[in-house]
Each structure stands twice: as structure tokens, then as C-alpha cells.
Design a protein around this ligand. Structure first.
Ligand code: PBG
Length: 328
């Protein structure tokens, strides 16, 4: 016998006002982080073939996008460069060029829209010729050599105006190395949002098209990104990143990994973000285009699910349209 026996649980659901009284989760524009892809050029917009409605933007248009995002209450942008092929190399040196596309984009946005937060993706795959997140020697992804280059990248990003460094590579020890270097260079206020539980996922395909690393990718990323079968290993990654100095952690992909978000939320007292990645975006966008589902309600339901699972915020390509809906 429970106090629920015979209770009419539908009572509180009978009207919009009563549903609103008992609603447990809120989603606001402040929960949304908008990933942007940038390209060289002026007034250039290049559609991502596998992400209907998502364009790569030249710096001037990225600045306009930042203005729109800020106007809708989006707190931060996550920036990803599409590095021209001729600047990619096996050592990814362009990643620490203080004048690279990423750094110029951040400087331009900081100048025009200083109120919006800038999250710099720190990884080699957007600059390497093989699409791997690390230096490859004889087919092996070298850890410490990669971390040394990422540190240099984080410093030029901080100088260009990055507020948050987001290492998305899954090398061991990178958070501590980046933290130490930032502090040594006087960037003790720059935060680290670590891609802590990043899985070796098939959901990243459209992103790799967007940054131009997909067709280059040799092999897979299973020696550094997590096995989708593992939950406990994700907790070890999160714990280690926190010990090393991460201010916030991320789980990626998003919806298929909400159990991991919930685990992090329950075990650690730390802001946790999830990335609704490109493949998740594509599934919704294409299914909506085909008339199989209704785009707006699915977008909002998916974002609410992240919040319900315990996310502090969500990186999502739907950020601007969702913020507009929320503000309407
Ligand atoms: C690069 C990086 C990837 C994503 C974010 N940063 C791709 C990868 O690891 O292969 C994926 C984002 C998405 O799919 O939307 N280190």
C-alpha cells in the first residue's frame, strides 16, 4: 500500500497553468552554447553538405552571428575553424600560429561583441593532414608530443581572446599541462571546459565534413576517445580532468549518452555540459525535412531532455533557433 494507491496522477496535468506549476525543468537561452564553423574570406557562407541549414561563415559573418546570439541571450559560442588544405600538415603547426583563422575570428568577435563568451576548441584535427587529434608516427597517436603542441595552441587562443579553452582531443594529461601554461602566462582567469567523456562515436560525421577533416581521416580514434560500451571509464576521465584543473566538463555525444551526464551529475559537484553533436543534428534536420517529425517540438524536447538529465548547458547547432523560440 503506497500513498500513490488510487491517486489520480492526471489531476495536475489537466490545464496548461497546472502543468506549468509542477514542471520540474526549465530551459532558457542561457543554457545554450552555439557552435560556429569559420572559413576564410569576406561575406562568405559555405553550406555544410550534411547539415541542412548550417553554414560555415567568414569572420565578418561570424561577428554578425555573434551579435544575433548575444541579442537572444546565448551566453557563449564554441568556435571551429575550417583550415585551408595548404595550411594543414603532419605536425599541425598552424594550430599555434597566433594569426590563424581561429585566433583572428576570436579577436574580431571579442572586439565587436565583448559580452559574449568564446570557447576555443583546442585539438589538432582541424589543422592536421590526417584528421587525427594527435601527432601520428607509424600509425600511433603520440600523447605527450601532442599535449606539448596543444599547450602552445591554448596560449595563442587565450591571447586572441578565448575565455574558455576546450580541449577536445582526449590525450592524457592535457588539462594540467594547459592549466599550468595558462597560469604561467598570466591567463589565470581563462577557464577550461574539458571534453572529458568524449566517445569514439559515429555521430561526428557531418562535423568532420564541416571542418574538412572527414575526407582526410586515416583510421579511427579508438585509441584515445572512449569506447561507447564504457561508463565507469568515463567517470575516471572526469575525475582526472577535475583533479588536473578543469572548471567544467563535457559529455559527448549528447542524447545517446545522457546516462553518463546523469552519472557525472550524481558523482561530482561540477558544471557538466553535453554536446548535441553534428550527427544528432542531422538526424533531426533530415527527418524533419522528410516530414517524419516536426522540427520545432523535437528540437525543444531534445534540449529539455539534456536539462532534465542534469546538464548545466548544451552545445547545440539549434542554439539560435531554439533561443528565438524561447524568447518569442
Ligand atoms: C575535434 C572535434 C570533433 C567534434 C568536436 N571537436 C570531431 C572528432 O572528434 O572527430 C565533433 C562535434 C560534432 O560532431 O558536432 N576534436
Amino acid at each position: 500500500m503506497s500513498f500513490l494507491d488510487g491517486r489520480r496522477l492526471r489531476r495536475t496535468r489537466q490545464a496548461s497553468w497546472s502543468r506549468s506549476m509542477v514542471s520540474e525543468t526549465v530551459l532558457t537561452p542561457g543554457d545554450l552554447i552555439w557552435p560556429l564553423f569559420v572559413i576564410e574570406g569576406q561575406n562568405e557562407r559555405a553550406p555544410v553538405k550534411t547539415m541542412p541549414g548550417v553554414d560555415r561563415l567568414s569572420i565578418d559573418l561570424a561577428v554578425d552571428a555573434a551579435r544575433h546570439a548575444h541579442a537572444e541571450g546565448i551566453p557563449a559560442l564554441a568556435l571551429f575553424p575550417n583550415t585551408p588544405g595548404e595550411l594543414r600538415s603532419s605536425t599541425a603547426d598552424e594550430v599555434f600560429n597566433p594569426d590563424n583563422l581561429m585566433c583572428r575570428t576570436m579577436a574580431a568577435i571579442k572586439d565587436a561583441v565583448p559580452e559574449i563568451g568564446l570557447i576555443a576548441d583546442t585539438a589538432l584535427d582541424e589543422y592536421s593532414e590526417d584528421g587525427q587529434d594527435g601527432i601520428v608516427v607509424d600509425g600511433e597517436i603520440l600523447n605527450d608530443e601532442t599535449v606539448a603542441i596543444m599547450v602552445k595552441s591554448a596560449i595563442v587562443q587565450a591571447r586572441a581572446g578565448a575565455d574558455i579553452i576546450a580541449p577536445s582531443d582526449m590525450m592524457d594529461g592535457r588539462v594540467r599541462a594547459i592549466r599550468d601554461a595558462l597560469d604561467a602566462e598570466g591567463f589565470e582567469k581563462v577557464m577550461i571546459m574539458s571534453y572529458s567523456a568524449k566517445y569514439a562515436s559515429a555521430f561526428y560525421g557531418p562535423f568532420r565534413d564541416a571542418v574538412g577533416s572527414g575526407s582526410r581521416l586515416v583510421g579511427d580514434k579508438k585509441t584515445y576517445q572512449l569506447d561507447p560500451a564504457n561508463r565507469e571509464e568515463a567517470m575516471r576521465e572526469v575525475e582526472q580532468d577535475l583533479v588536473e584543473g578543469a572548471d567544467m566538463v563535457m559529455v559527448k555525444p549528447g542524447l545517446p549518452y545522457l546516462d553518463i551526464v546523469r552519472d557525472v551529475r550524481e558523482r561530482f559537484s561540477v558544471p557538466v555540459f553535453a554536446y548535441q553533436v553534428s550527427g544528432e543534428f542531422a538526424m533531426i534536420a533530415y527527418a524533419a525535412e522528410a516530414g517524419a517529425i516536426a522540427r520545432d517540438p523535437i528540437v525543444m524536447e531534445s534540449l529539455m531532455a539534456f536539462k532534465r538529465a542534469g546538464c548545466s548547458g548544451i552545445l547545440t547547432y539549434f542554439a539560435l533557433e531554439a533561443a528565438r523560440k524561447l524568447n518569442a
